[in-house]
Design a protein. Structure first.
Length: 111
């Protein structure tokens, strides 16, 4: 049985009284429609659970919506400035002799 990735609903909207009342009304209507379906035929516990789950998820999707993922910048402008300053300081501190040794090393490894 494959699993699907579930998205979180924006439950913070329930703190708003208008959204909270709208959520209750829509959920009540969905449950009434589900209850009417139950009275018509014999159902199993599994089908009852699927109906309840569908009523709740559809209500959340309709009223609350999904949470938006906030992507944080992994590196800031300030950090980039500090990296550049460090690079400049490092380049200024390297003597000329050190820079000349680096190409020799590359030649030795190419043999």
């Amino acid at each position: 049985m494959g699993r699907t990735i579930s998205q979180k609903f924006n439950t913070a909207f329930l703190q708003d009284i208008d959204k909270h009342n709208k959520f209750k009304v829509v959920l009540c209507n969905n449950f009434k429609a589900f209850h009417d379906l139950l009275n018509g035929e014999g159902t199993t516990v599994e089908s009852n659970w699927k109906g309840i789950k569908e009523a709740i998820t559809s209500t959340c999707h309709e009223v609350l919506g999904h949470k938006k993922q906030q992507h944080m910048e992994w590196i800031t402008v300030d950090t980039l400035d500090k990296i550049e300053e460090k690079l400049i300081r490092r380049q200024q501190s390297i003597p000329v002799e050190e820079e000349q040794k680096k190409p020799m090393h590359k030649l030795n490894t190419q043999k």
